[in-house]
Design a protein around this ligand. Structure first.
Ligand code: SAH
Length: 508
């Protein structure tokens, strides 16, 4: 069956969550993705492994590939019997040359679909606190190219009509021509006092907004570089009240997440909700243990234990995955009592509809021992501890001291991560990073190794270091890292709270 098809997809204005459901599906099913400068590369993470990605970015006048070559490329790839997703910033048909690409595909009889995207003229003013229409201010809204050559004899823009005939005007690609645009509008009857906003990199953490009037904006926005959109109209006044995005507590702040890739997303999502830019720098990776023989034996003999004690979600996942791989299910755990540190670990167990019998109030090993003492007589009880290779020895040792029989079982390994962001050190030195977060001692140790021990102490002061709990903080401080932000509750939400409470520390 022929699969050839090209999806011309609007990727939205920059915030990667502003793509449509259909657009995201097209990324997921693509064999080849051809993308532009304005497309947020975060979106490529949703693609299948092994997908071919081709950057054809256009940045102002410098084109990586000319439009004709892009057209040819789309045809060529589709003729190789591939699903091609052509990702474009904003909407493909709004100053995006999507019409031209579609016509070429039509000419070559290549099936295509066009997926609309949220265009910059609607999304970026929104994120700058400006609704493009409002009954009290305007009933009309126009999208205009600001790219027209001012020396051209005849303008294809009828300035006399748009200047006074349309309420809100959005100029794309108009940074260079701002003096020309504002003078044309004034010349053709628009009041000099009309409010204007120039928004750069709208909807992203780099968003910058400059506000003025038709007579002042040229001077005020003289340092603004593309890509920016210019919004002209009374609605700009609403920004004073509606500026929701730039007022988020972590807007403009960059936070580094050092957890493993699999575990980063929940944390990253919470930070994103508060407006932060998140850099994922997985300092650790979770791997299978060197041998699973001992785990298999423990599962075979599971009834020789009284307690299963989980200290991390990785321990839960590794244990249950193997249990299921061995063809068993949760019924084999009948009669065992279960203890879990922290809500994420307990949640991982409850997902299997298993009740957790013991949940220590504090999320450290010391609290586990205390709580177990409260709920059981430790002497003579048999404990299975499915844990990491590098887990602390406190828990098994204490339980043994109290007369418990303990099997400390390695069910996963923590190994060195392979972060893609190799410029992190430079970014931290340049002040482009505001907070680095540690969620376990191993994230600290591996981060130090990846960044270079010799570089660490010089970062204190440039970057705020945040830690999930006392053990992690201690490891960091032993390595010369000053922990300025400490979670009160030793969980990811607790760590996010601590960052929010310490935002005055986090200078831009
Ligand atoms: N198809 C795109 C527009 C492409 S033309 C869309 O529908 O949005 C490129 C111009 O779009 C830029 O010069 C700038 O004026 C505007 N633009 C696109 N994304 C933007 C963003 N995130 N912030 C500000 N302007 C943006």
């Amino acid at each position: 069956m022929k699969r050839s098809i090209v999806y011309l997809v609007g990727a939205g204005p920059g915030d990667p969550k502003l793509i449509t459901v259909k657009g995201l599906e097209c990324i997921k099913k693509a064999d080849v993705i051809v993308y532009d400068y304005l497309v947020n590369v975060e979106l490529l993470k949703a693609a299948r492994p092994g997908v071919e990605t081709i950057y054809v970015g256009k940045q102002g006048a410098s084109h990586t590939l000319e439009q004709d070559d892009i057209n040819k490329l789309l045809v060529e790839k589709a003729l190789e019997d591939k699903v091609v997703t052509r990702l474009k910033g904003g909407d493909p048909y709004v100053f995006g040359r999507g019409g031209e690409e579609a016509l070429v595909l039509k000419e070559y009889k290549i099936p295509f679909e066009v997926v609309p995207g949220i265009t910059a003229a609607i999304a970026t003013p929104n994120y700058a606190g400006i609704p493009v229409t409002h009954r009290e201010f305007t009933s009309t809204f126009g999208l205009i190219t600001g790219h027209e050559d001012p020396t051209k004899n005849e303008s294809s823009i009828d300035w006399s009509k748009i200047s006074t005939g349309i309420g809100t005007l959005a100029f794309y690609m108009g940074v260079k021509n701002l003096p020309y645009i504002t003078s044309q509008l004034i010349k053709h009857g628009r009041s000099e006092d009309t409010p204007v906003a120039v928004i750069r990199w709208g909807t992203t953490f780099r968003q910058e907004t400059v506000v003025g009037t038709l007579s002042t904006i040229v001077e005020k926005a003289k340092n603004v570089k593309p890509p920016a959109i210019t919004i002209v109209g009374e609605v700009v006044k609403l920004r004073d009240q509606l500026n929701w995005f730039e007022n988020k507590p972590l807007f403009g702040k960059t936070v580094v997440v050092t957890r493993s890739r699999e575990q980063a997303s929940d944390f990253a999502d919470r930070l994103y909700e508060f407006g932060a830019n998140v850099i994922e720098f997985p300092a650790i990776e979770i791997a299978k243990p060197d041998t699973i023989q001992l785990l298999d034996e423990a599962i075979q003999n599971i009834h020789s234990y009284d307690w299963l004690v989980f200290t991390s979600i990785n321990g839960v996942d590794s244990f249950f995955n193997r249990l299921f791989e061995l063809g068993k299910d949760v019924r084999v755990l009948k009669g065992l009592k279960i203890c879990a540190i922290g809500p994420a670990t307990a949640g991982g167990i409850e997902k299997y509809h298993i009740r957790v019998d013991c949940k220590p109030p504090k999320f450290v090993a010391e609290s586990v021992v205390e709580e177990l003492k409260n709920v059981t007589v430790i002497k003579g009880e048999r404990f299975l501890l499915p844990r990491a290779d590098i887990a602390r020895s406190y828990l098994p040792e204490e339980l043994q001291k109290l007369g418990g029989e303990v099997t400390d079982l390695v069910v996963y390994k923590t190994i060195m991560g392979q972060p893609k962001d190799i410029n992190l050190l430079e970014k931290m030195k340049n002040g482009e990073v505001h907070v680095v977060t540690f969620t376990s001692s191993s994230t600290v140790r591996n981060f130090v190794q990846l960044i270079g021990r010799e570089n660490i102490t010089s970062l204190n002061g440039h970057v705020q270091f945040a830690s999930i709990g006392p053990i992690t903080s201690k490891t960091a401080e032993e390595m010369g890292i000053n922990i300025a932000i400490k979670a009160e509750e030793y969980t990811i939400p607790g760590l996010v709270n601590a960052i929010l409470e310490n935002t005055p520390l986090i200078t831009k």
